[in-house]
Design a protein around this ligand. Sequence first.
Ligand code: IKT
Length: 354
Amino acid sequence: MEETTFAVLGTGGIGRRTLEVSRHKEGLTPVAACDRHGTAIDFDGLDVDELLAATEGNIDSDPGDVATDGGAATADGEGVKQHGEDRGVVASEQARPSDDPIRDVIDRGERIDAVLLALPNYEHDFIPRVADRFLEGGYDGVLVDVLKRSRVIGMLDDREEALEEAGITFVCGAGATPGLLTGAAALAAQSFIEIESVEIRWGVGLESGYEDNRGTVREDIAHLPDYDIETARGLSAAEIEAIVDDHDGVIEFEDMEHADDVLLERAGVCDAEDVTVGGLLDVRSDEKPTTTTVSVTGTTFDGERGTNTFRLDDATSMAANVNGPALGYLRAGVRRNRAGEYGVVGPAELMPRF
Ligand code: IKT
């Protein structure tokens, strides 16, 4: 197993769960984690238990808490917060307060094979701006994000040349959707010579994981017809509760702007317009309200029309299906980077490594 060191930007739900999953993966060593107030770095490997305990239930560890410019506040997950010394990553004994946590990571970049950007994209160009900082800082490893929105992929593509020149391999959309489910669609499409449609429908039950996934719920709400990223970002925790109550705890999403579409087009599988993403989120139960499926309909070389369906077991959680693939794609990105393959790559072009 190839040894890989990695850092996590953002210690909200995704950052923390990725650190947790990594403990079960051989050869993956988390060496840095940060939010906007502090950085924990240990090249012998972070004490994940201590870090998780210190940031558990700690609202200031919302993944929005990393500023791209090192100082200014950005996406503030829960609206009103009081920032004290004991909040966020700095609550960990491994961490130090920092004015520019991203700089701290970049400065040690030579010893960090990959950086997971576990950040929400409350501003569309947030992840691309983080990429700019790594470009400016001379980093030449792997960046992995779990972004959602289709329009962000183009912004990363605009940086393709710069990323290639810098020696950065940027794996974009490496969660579940886009991510694992995009990759599954690319595999399911292999039986066909022409793809008619790709339908991704996810089901998530989040009762016990709700606290940890407030950022995700907020991002999902931004997909509802009456909201967008800006308005969702401005919602207070009480307003989010009211939306959840209005839907009796189960919110249905249709035609989500998820990058599975452009990432499948980019990989030559089908046109972006033939891809639809929707789902059901139940924040009052841990059971999935529907089974997560990817259905790929197409025509075979010998003229048959069929639908290949990929299904996630109802027993697998969102945490498993987002963070497992994020690390799998991170590993695949490191392999590419070590082979001298740089630039932007999506989950349909890359098989995650176990
Ligand atoms: C994501 O984080 O990739 C998107 C979220 C949906 C995850 C689907 C997991 C499916 C499963 O566990 O069965 C959501 C849109 N925020």
